[in-house]
Write a protein that binds this ligand. Structure first.
Ligand SMILES: [Fe+2]
Length: 278
């Protein structure tokens, strides 16, 4: 029987890449260690949960008008990150996809009046926000099928939230034990200086966000999200957080939270949180 068994808030900032670099002492600052260790712990959780499929919403898989769901049966390529070629270069990825689930998401999106497109193309390029957490930390064996879904600029928080619900419904209908990953920062007021933290006020907002998430107050958090997004300016306007909340509320159950870490990257706040269905 299908279920959304895990929901992850994860991190893709280049400083935590690659796994080998992170462990070869190449992290520029000791403040990065907590998040790196949190990502390793989150990878352990994925390996314990062993989901049938991972649906991942990365803040760097960006589309303008439609939401793109990548249903390519096999994702294969070599990634050099456009904005950080010195940190993320030549990362080979080769992992299965799930065309059937990707198509089901599109069918449900269209039925709900949402503009969306299915990608089914070995050349469809994946971004570092998708590849980095998966390949470096969450599924290093690259054996779990993955369905990437884009962050869409024309979609507001409500539409992003609707996609989360669609994901929760589609995995149940499709008989998948699935995990959802939101790959992106919380507060995201970027400045030069990789080790810079968010302001104390933004850290407080991030902590409040994480507390409500960990306490299972998904409805309240969803109601607060526009205000939080206005104040803390999360990555991509918080669309990935809206999708995550849609998935949690769509699953219609509570999840037990493990807050692995919170840390900085160039002024942004980054949480590593694992949520396991009770
Ligand atoms: Fe990012």
């Amino acid at each position: 029987m299908g279920e959304l068994s895990r929901v992850y808030l994860s991190v893709h900032t280049p400083r935590y890449c690659t796994y080998e670099a992170a462990f070869a002492g190449k992290l520029a600052h000791p403040d990065f260690r907590a998040v790196r260790d949190g990502l390793v712990a989150q990878g352990r959780d994925v390996s314990d949960a062993r989901p049938d499929v991972i649906v991942i919403n990365s803040c760097h898989l960006i589309t303008t008008f439609p939401t793109v769901v990548d249903g390519t049966p096999r994702h294969r390529g070599v990634l050099t990150a456009q904005e950080a070629p010195e940190l993320i270069h030549g990362v080979a990825y080769d992992f299965p996809g799930d065309w059937e689930l990707g198509s089901a998401l599109i069918e449900r999106g269209r039925a709900g009046g949402l503009q969306c497109v299915l990608a089914d193309d070995i050349h469809y390029p994946l971004d570092y926000g998708t590849v980095m957490p998966l390949v470096c930390y969450l599924d290093r064996s690259q054996s779990i099928p993955v369905v990437p879904i884009s962050v869409c600029l024309a979609a507001d928080l409500r539409e992003s939230f609707a996609w989360g619900r669609i994901i929760a419904d589609a995995v149940v209908a499709g008989g998948r034990r699935a995990a959802f990953v939101a790959s992106g920062s919380v507060s995201h007021k970027l400045v030069r200086g990789p080790e810079k933290w968010p302001s104390p006020a933004d850290q407080e907002l991030d902590r409040r966000f994480a507390r409500m998430l960990a306490d299972g107050e998904y409805e309240k958090l969803w109601a607060w999200l526009p205000e939080y997004a206005e104040a803390a300016e999360p990555e991509m306007g918080g669309r990935h957080l809206a999708m995550m909340l849609g998935a949690l509320l769509g699953a219609q159950r509570k999840f037990a939270a493990t807050v692995h870490a919170y840390g900085p990257s160039s002024g942004s706040g980054n949480y590593v949180i694992s949520l396991a269905a009770r």
